[in-house]
Design a protein around this ligand. Structure first.
Ligand SMILES: Cc1cc2nc3c(=O)[nH]c(=O)nc-3n(C[C@H](O)[C@H](O)[C@H](O)COP(=O)(O)O)c2cc1C
Length: 190
C-alpha cells in the first residue's frame, strides 16, 4: 500500500505537517510505503486554464515539480492533503497545487462516466488546522469534501483541528495526534 502527503503549510514542522507526519508514521508502521511533498520548497505554477488537458493531452502540459506529485497520486492508495487555514481557506501554496489537479480529470468530468483519470477507490484525508476554535470554518472543509465527487475518491476523511494559533503546537495536543493515528490505522487496515 502506498500513502503520500501533500504538505501545504510553509511551516515544515507546523501543525498540519505534524498531523500529516503522524498519519504517515502510523501508516508506515502498518506496512505502508510513505512519501511526502513539501510544496513550499517546490517550484510550480498555478493552472493556466489552457485547456490542453481536456483537448490534446491526458495530463498537465506544464512540466514542473508537480509532475512528480501527480505521478505519485496515480500510484498511491491514500493521499493526505494538509493545509493551514489562511483567511478562511487553504494556503496559497496548497490552492495552486489543487487547481493543477484539474488535469487529473477527464474531459467528461461533468457528465461522466469516469470523471477522474485517477483510478477509482483512492482514499483522501484532509487535514486542516486553524487558530479559531474547533467547529468554526466547517463550511471550508465541507467545500473541499466536494473533491470526492470530482475525483471519485472512495473516502474523504476530514481532520479539522482548531485552537492552534501562534506558539500552540499540535505536538502538545495528544488527542489530535491520536486522531491522526487512529485514522491511519483504520484506513490502512486490509
Ligand atoms: C496568513 C495567515 C492567515 C491565517 N488566517 C486564519 C484564519 O482566517 N482563521 C484561523 O482560524 N486561523 C488563521 N490563521 C492561523 C493558522 O491557520 C494556524 O496558526 C494554523 O494552526 C497554522 O497551521 P500550520 O502550522 O500547519 O501552518 C492564519 C495564519 C496565517 C499565517
Amino acid at each position: 500500500m502506498k500513502v503520500m502527503a501533500v504538505l501545504g503549510s510553509p511551516r515544515k514542522n507546523g501543525n498540519s505537517s505534524i498531523l500529516a507526519q503522524k498519519f504517515l508514521e502510523k501508516a508506515a508502521a502498518s506496512g505502508a510505503e510513505t512519501q511526502s511533498f513539501f510544496l513550499e520548497c517546490m517550484q510550480y505554477k498555478g493552472c493556466k486554464a489552457c485547456g490542453a488537458c481536456k483537448t490534446g493531452s491526458d495530463k498537465c502540459v506544464i512540466e514542473d515539480d508537480l509532475s512528480e506529485v501527480f505521478a505519485e497520486m496515480h500510484k498511491s492508495d491514500i493521499i493526505v492533503y494538509a493545509s493551514p487555514n489562511y483567511f478562511g481557506d487553504v494556503s496559497g501554496q496548497f490552492k495552486l497545487f489543487l487547481d493543477r489537479t484539474f488535469s487529473l480529470l477527464n474531459p467528461t468530468f461533468i457528465t461522466g462516466p469516469q470523471k477522474s483519470r485517477l483510478a477509482a477507490g483512492k482514499k483522501v484525508v484532509f487535514i486542516f488546522t486553524q487558530g479559531a476554535a474547533e467547529g468554526e470554518y466547517a463550511e471550508v472543509t465541507a467545500k473541499y469534501a466536494r473533491l470526492r465527487e470530482y475525483f471519485e475518491f472512495a473516502d474523504f476523511h476530514i481532520l479539522h483541528a482548531g485552537n492552534l494559533m501562534g506558539d500552540v503546537s499540535a505536538k502538545d495536543r495528544p488527542e489530535l495526534l491520536l486522531k491522526a493515528e487512529k485514522l491511519a490505522e483504520q484506513l490502512t487496515k486490509r
